[in-house]
Design a protein around this ligand. Structure first.
Ligand SMILES: C[S@@+](CC[C@H](N)C(=O)[O-])C[C@H]1O[C@@H](n2cnc3c(N)ncnc32)[C@H](O)[C@@H]1O
Length: 442
């Protein structure tokens, strides 16, 4: 039986996922007309105005960091913004097939690199835990393949609210969670399938062991600095209080050069760029870890390969939202620059992609998987939901072209050899990396 059929041996996951009039965040920003009720003076706006009055205009990166992850008032910290009642929808929330295929990707890479005796699955920004849940279901259903492999789950999450939702989704409720706010792992438990699971605020805190890393719609929420080319050279965009309108913010240009300019390439030809130093730090950390211990990182997001300019935008209630209005009530995001991620790997590891989501999922066998699920279901509404979810993920006019997959792998993975070989294992010849080429199941 094919692996895609076996991965579906269990029940359809409460596949009642949200479809489809809601907004996904890959949509582009148009400068945003706001409903009157959004032009509120939020606690975050008061906080930012106080800050700007005290120390002067702030960078867009500082604005994003404060608005999204300020520990007291940040947008991500105390709310569930995903799904139909929230502000946007993501691929794992649309269809169970998405997470299942990613689960198969990790197993395929684990097999291709010599079936290590143990691995950590590390997810950055796991949202509601839906994606990890779908991956874990595949791990359970392919238990015979993974038998004797010690798996542990490690979630990097800054949001208190979302970490509670992740625990409800993933953790076995009969086993109490251990909480220790002062420890690098601030929460620990056991998943419903009996796998140890831990939560961290920072990737640095995750044990440096053989790991597979996953970041879905994570890099796009990291703070960006914005720069405009002027006759005097690059000038950074700052955020200041509008002197004409009370309680309103506006963009201004810095009068002189600022330190983040160092992140712009010398031969840059665009006249407006966004740079994300935090993404660079995380990619460097991932690259070092993978070069040292093996494993792989799979990054999926909307983005470009060093070509786009002004992509900073906001979302609220499934509508585009002016980024400067009612801060703290809307999500802020910017497209991921995959060329920058590749550069930040600094040759320590090999990179693959970006490839479009429709290509990646097709290579992973989404059509076979959809057919298996349709054949199993007699419920017309479930079948319709599966078909609508497929269309949303794959249609080039929807998420199929805007979203991309990008991977970091040890050089040996592409050129033969493995960190994880032992005396009993023969040297595996390099097979194509699934998703970036067709899935080859051995
Ligand atoms: C856009 S959501 C994506 C959620 C999920 N991956 C999905 O696709 O449904 C971004 C996620 O990253 C988390 N997050 C945002 N900034 C973070 C940071 N600096 N460190 C760790 N997690 C962060 C958010 O709390 C949330 O879980």
């Amino acid at each position: 039986m094919s692996v895609l059929a076996r991965a579906g041996a269990g029940p359809l996951s409460a596949a009642a996922r949200a479809v489809v009039p809601w907004l996904w965040r890959g949509k582009y920003f148009s400068s945003g007309k706001e409903p009157a009720e959004n032009s509120l003076v939020t606690p975050m706006l008061r906080h930012l105005m106080y800050k700007i009055k005290s120390t002067g205009p702030i960078t867009v990166a500082e604005y994003m960091r404060e608005v999204l992850t300020n520990p007291a008032k940040g947008y991500y910290v105390y709310r569930d913004m995903l799904g139909e009642k929230g502000d946007f929808i993501t691929s794992p929330e649309i269809s169970q097939i998405f997470g299942e295929l990613l689960g198969i990707w990790f197993i395929s890479e684990w097999m291709a690199t010599g079936k290590s005796a143990a691995f950590q699955l590390v997810e950055l920004g796991p949202g509601r835990g839906t994606l990890a849940g779908d991956i874990l279901r595949v791990f359970s259903q392919l238990g015979s393949v993974l038998k004797n492999c010690d798996i542990s789950i490690h979630l990097v999450e800054v949001s208190q609210k979302l970490s509670e939702i992740q625990a409800l989704t993933l953790a076995e409720e009969k086993i109490p969670l251990e909480r220790n706010a002062g420890s690098p792992a601030y929460m620990k438990g056991v998943t419903k399938s009996g796998i140890p699971i831990s939560w961290y605020r920072d990737l640095q805190d995750v044990p440096k062991e053989y790991s597979f890393y996953l970041a879905h719609e994570f890099f796009d929420v990291l703070p960006v600095h914005k720069f405009q080319k002027t006759p005097q050279g690059w000038r950074e965009v700052f955020i200041d209080i509008d002197p004409q309108v009370s309680d309103k913010l506006r963009f201004v240009l810095a009068p002189c050069a600022t330190p983040a300019e160092a992140f712009i390439q010398c031969d840059e030809t665009r006249d407006h760029v966004e740079v994300c130093p935090d993404a660079g730090v995380i990619i460097q950390e991932l690259s070092q870890r993978i070069a040292l211990t093996g494993g792989a990182a799979l990054i999926a997001d909307y983005g470009h390969d060093g070509t786009k300019t002004d992509t900073f935008r906001g979302f609220c209630g499934h509508k585009l939202h002016d980024v400067l209005i009612a801060p703290g009530t809307a999500d802020l995001t910017a497209d991921v620059d995959f060329s920058y991620l590749r550069r930040m790997a600094q040759g320590k590891v090999a990179s693959l992609g970006p490839v479009q989501q429709q290509t990646f999922l097709k290579n992973m066998g989404i059509d076979v998987r959809l057919k298996v699920l349709l054949d199993k279901s007699d419920d017309p509404s479930m079948r319709q939901q599966l078909l609508q979810g497929y269309d949303m993920l794959m249609n080039p006019k929807k998420m199929g072209e805007r979203f991309n997959f990008f991977a970091l792998l040890p050089h040996q993975r592409l050129h033969g050899g493995s960190h994880q070989m032992n005396a009993r294992q023969s040297k595996p010849s390099p097979s194509p990396v699934a998703g970036f080429g067709e899935l080859v199941w051995r």
